[in-house]
Design a binder for this molecule. Structure first.
Ligand code: C2O
Ligand code: CU
Ligand code: CU
Length: 601
């Protein structure tokens, strides 16, 4: 075994931790202590100590030499989903990492805010102790109730939700008494009216519902400051499910709250649901359907010992000559809110009994911050057939699929030959090598493969993918995502240098025109930028043709630090204001949002 005491080079500073390095032979009864060092610019460089060893009676410390918060959090959890150890270390602090009670072994750890920061803890000793365990996947997955009529009524109200397998229900804000709300399922081209009734506690204030991915009029878009659903009132949102006179592509949308400054809170509290738009032409493709077509909303929350939501700390807003900025320990860029437990359709670590056949899974990441790199534990691939906004031209075989907030993927998984086996859907550490923020590791849910069954489904080699807009030669606007610092430690996320202002239109778009937009991430974190109103084709990612799974229609793109994309769409049907923003909901709430105004020429 290597010497346990760690010698560390931190950026611009050398730190010697502990005394002389003992030979492993005379470790004897001396406790072995260690320190995890978080260097300056840890987001870029990771932990300075990627591997530390501590004895069972030793002390593990974490010191943060950076200017922002980081955590030291074990990948492994106990059966209830709580990480074996986790500590949030503010800048300039040294804290103890609670590792007493761990069994000897190797434990991966990461930063929940920047999961690309990863390291290994080696615990030595001969005493027993806890080790990580997979969840027991006790609860059955709930597939949300579907509503299919032309008129849908969603009553927003507080309700108890069975999130954890045991103990009290979790009080949440819901659409219709469940989390997620009912799945709205409609044939494309058929107008759908959704009436939202706000019966939330008065303190929730007014709400605003956005049907994410859909094309509809500005006043039904979930505007953050007007056309709101006031306490005790109702509002009807009208979705024709057409675009430029044609039916929309078959899609996997979702709806969620979009209230100014409170989008993060309102989504955390539960105002989320899914929508499936069916294209009847899909029938002849013989994709898995019925009970073998399963929407999965993956999200995360932190709960207290009574199973109640822990409300994340928020920064303080400061208004200065009409401009917003934020201050305090949770001001940008420290405003990401990871949750401790991964939920699927509102339940922690559920299981689904499946037959040994093909399934169509509609995967949605509805969390406000974390990204998941989804893979199957048995090594089988996910065959991606669509995005949230329609099918891809060809199925794409993928070992794992990275989904950031609000991104969706439609996949086929094949359980043939796996009778009697359990397959865990897992979020793995991000598999592509980048400077990006990283994915949150953890078990998501379990498929329990039961019996063989007849399966008439197939994976077509060619799929009817929606038509793409022509690509204009020149970029008509470049949007820059940024982080800005003001006086007195204030900060805000920005687009084109400015924090969101609901009274300002940042770009004007002639109705009927095709725009080619470039979006650039000038910050050192990953963002997921969402464009409202149209469904877009991706022309370039970092100057190159995008990967095959990004060649359909999209509305939300990952932008790692320094990355850029170019996208194009035709603006049809509606004039008025629409938003674009980062779908990390705290970034959105803290300035990273802008508006474009579609005008008649
Ligand atoms: Cu899914 Cu503007 O949001
Ligand atoms: Cu970090
Ligand atoms: Cu962001």
């Amino acid at each position: 075994m290597r010497a346990a005491v760690t010698l560390v080079m931190a950026v611009g500073l050398s730190v010697v931790v502990g005394g002389p390095v003992p030979a492993s032979a005379d470790l004897g009864d001396t406790p072995v202590n260690a320190t995890i060092v978080i260097p300056r610019d840890a987001m870029d460089h990771g932990y300075a100590t990627r591997r530390v060893t501590v004895s069972q009676d030793g002390v593990l410390s974490a010191v943060n030499l950076d200017s922002i918060d980081h955590t030291v959090t074990s990948d492994a959890t106990d059966a209830g989903g709580t990480p074996l150890f986790s500590v949030r270390v503010p800048p300039g602090s040294t804290l103890s990492v609670p590792v007493a009670g761990l069994a000897a072994g190797t434990y991966w750890f990461h930063c929940t805010f920047h999961p690309s920061m990863r390291g290994q803890l080696i615990v030595t000793g001969s005493r027993g102790g806890t080790t990580g365990t997979l969840p027991s996947f006790d609860q059955a997955l709930v597939v949300p109730r579907q509503v299919a009529g032309r008129h849908v009524r969603l009553v927003q109200r507080r309700a108890g939700v069975r999130v954890m397998p045991a103990g009290p229900l979790t009080r949440m804000w819901t659409y219709g008494g469940t989390y997620p709300g009912p799945t709205i399922r409609r044939p494309t081209g058929h107008e759908t009216d959704v009436t939202v009734v706000n019966r939330l506690p008065r303190s929730a204030g007014s709400t605003s519902m956005h049907l994410h991915g859909d094309h509809h009029a500005s006043q039904y878009d979930g505007q953050p400051t007007h056309s709101l659903v006031r306490h005790g009132r109702t509002r009807t949102y009208r979705y024709p499910l057409t675009d430029d006179g044609r039916a929309e592509p078959g899609s996997f949308f979702w709806y969620h709250d979009h209230r100014m400054d409170r989008t993060s809170r309102n989504n955390w509290n539960g105002l989320q649901g899914m929508m499936i738009v069916d294209d009847p032409a899909e029938k002849r493709l013989r994709l898995p359907h019925g009970r073998r077509d399963v929407p999965l909303m993956i999200s995360e929350r932190s709960l207290d010992a009574q199973n109640q939501l822990i409300h994340p700390a928020m920064p303080t807003m400061v208004m200065d000559h009409g401009a917003m900025s934020w201050t305090g320990p949770h001001a940008p860029p420290n405003d990401g809110i990871p949750g401790e437990r991964i939920l699927v359709n509102g339940r922690y670590a559920p299981h689904l009994d499946v037959s040994a056949t093909r399934y169509r899974l509609r995967l949605l990441n509805s969390s406000g911050f974390s990204m998941y790199d989804l893979a199957l534990s048995n090594g089988r691939p996910l065959v991606q057939i669509g995005t949230g906004d329609g099918l891809l031209r060809h199925p794409v075989v993928r070992p794992d699929i990275l989904l950031g907030p609000s991104q969706r993927a439609q996949v086929i998984v094949d359980f043939h030959g796996l009778e009697g086996q359990n397959v865990v859907l897992t979020s793995i550490p991000r598999a592509d090598a980048t400077s990006g923020t990283g994915s949150r590791p953890g078990a998501v849910m379990e498929f329990r493969v039961r019996h063989a069954a007849p399966d008439r489904s197939r994976i077509p080699t060619q799929l009817p993918s929606p038509a793409l807009a022509p690509a204009p030669r020149h970029v008509t606007h470049t949007w820059h995502l940024g982080l800005a610092h003001g006086p007195h430690g204030r900060s805000y996320w920005s687009i084109d240098g400015k924090a969101f202002d609901p009274h300002r239109a940042d770009v004007t778009v002639p109705l009927g025109s095709v725009r080619r937009w470039r979006i650039v991430n000038d910050t050192r974190l990953t963002h997921f930028v969402h464009l409202h109103e149209e469904q877009w084709r991706t022309l370039l990612r970092d100057g190159r043709r995008p990967p095959p799974w990004e060649r359909g229609l999209e509305d939300t793109w990952r932008l790692d630090p320094g990355e850029s994309i170019e996208v194009a769409a035709r603006f049809s049907d509606y004039t008025g204001l629409f938003m674009l923003h980062c779908h990390m909901l705290d970034h959105e709430d803290h300035g990273m949002m802008a508006q474009f105004d579609v005008v008649r020429r």
